[in-house]
Design a protein. Structure first.
Length: 386
């Protein structure tokens, strides 16, 4: 069966990549940039540095810094209004997954009809969006190389997953130096998110010969570099490795789809505002244990890639080694149980867990899982992760 593989037209990776921004803006023929970011980067000097690079090259720019964590449809509409008001013809996203996801939706909605909610799901966008250059500061969500954007629909209190080639950034600029100042917990949580991208891309029912090598590379890079990136924040080799892992994982999952971990993670984010990386990390061991019987050979390959098993182990024992290894990785990285995450509340969780399971199924991601769960099984997995 033929499969399609989508990536940005240019992916600029490595030390000094940020300096390539003006050349990329010029290559796309743009005159005026709207920089989409959050208050943190608007005030810590990084947005000013990006504006400075553009100004030096004679490129006009404005800054939209209203993106919050878990960006909403309200923010996206405000961003589109600003894009039109300043007469911009290109967007630059600067930040973690939230500013990049928001900028993707702003770019798309600049050329497609409202409301945003009609684009929830797969392949619903009619026209290409405005050109977008994505510059991640975390390693990473991989959002800079994916055609996925997750925006909270404030009307329904649901995290809308939108997947369409018209959401793909035109260019990704991945400079690991921008991730050097990530705090330890954020490094750990988005690092496990990256690992989850590699694992879910590899075991997905939609995995392809184009995505498999990237998924395995992502998994290997995380196993090699994540503990060091957490223990030694200034370790350049580890930061570079994690930033490459995020790019490979992003390219893989965007073209083969994520599965049950991400499906179950989004309701935790939407209802309890637990950050995306952390909510994936708390679910990964339990969901992996549940999913093993659906793809024993693939999970065994993951265990071997991570050093949790060797060629001498049977697939069954490698799979068990993977689950044990993921539990111990969470412990090493200081990932708490679901119930201990800030924002979780037992009574509210009990009242909402059925809705969470329904929302997870409705997202479509669990259908790609090696074992497709029922709503009752998802409820049980939430309790197991608690
Ligand atoms: Fe993710």
């Amino acid at each position: 069966m033929a499969t399609t593989f989508n990536v940005p037209a240019a992916v600029v990776v490595g030390e000094g990549a940020l300096a390539e921004l003006p050349a990329q803006v010029r290559r796309l023929g743009a005159q005026r940039v709207l920089l989409v970011t959050d208050r943190f980067f608007a005030t810590n000097g990084l947005a000013a540095r990006v504006v400075g690079l553009l100004t030096e090259a004679g490129i006009a720019s404005d800054v939209f810094d209203e993106v919050q964590p878990d960006p909403t449809d309200v923010t996206v509409r405000a961003g589109v209004a600003r894009y039109r008001a300043v007469g911009a013809d290109l967007l630059v996203a600067l930040g973690g997954g939230s500013p990049i996801d928001a900028a993707k939706a702003i770019a798309m909605l600049a050329t497609n009809a409202e409301p945003l909610s009609q684009y929830m799901g797969y392949h619903k966008v009619a026209r290409p969006g405005a050109p977008l250059i994505a510059i991640p500061t975390t390693a990473g969500t991989g959002s800079e190389v994916t055609k996925v954007s997750v925006i909270t629909d404030t009307g329904r209190d649901v995290k809308m997953m939108m997947l369409d080639v018209h959401l793909l950034p035109t260019v990704a600029i991945v400079d690991y130096e921008l991730s050097m100042s990530m705090p330890r917990d954020l490094t750990a949580h988005v690092g496990v998110d990256t690992l989850t991208h590699g694992i879910e891309a590899y075991v997905s029912r939609k995995a392809t010969p184009m995505t498999d090598p990237l998924a395995l590379s992502c998994i290997r890079l995380v196993a090699t570099h994540l503990p060091t990136a957490c223990a030694e924040p200034g370790n350049r080799e580890a930061r570079a490795g994690m930033s490459l892992a995020a790019v490979h994982g992003g390219m893989a999952f965007a073209n083969s789809s994520v599965c049950l971990v991400h499906g179950m993670s989004r309701p935790i984010g939407a209802l309890f505002h637990v950050p995306h990386g952390l909510s994936n990390a708390v679910l990964l061991p339990a969901v992996t244990r549940f999913s093993l019987p659906g793809a024993p050979t693939r999970y065994a390959a993951i265990a071997r890639a991570m050093g949790f098993a060797t060629d001498g182990h049977s697939d069954a024992s490698a799979g068990a080694g993977l689950v044990a290894g993921l539990v111990s990785l969470n412990e090493t990285l200081g990932v708490p149980r679901l119930g201990a995450c800030r924002g979780m509340d037992r009574a509210r969780f009990d009242a909402l867990v059925q809705k969470m399971a329904q929302d997870a199924l409705a997202s479509g991601s669990p259908a790609n899982n090696p074992v497709v769960p029922t709503a009752e099984e998802i409820v049980r997995l939430y309790h197991e992760a608690w």
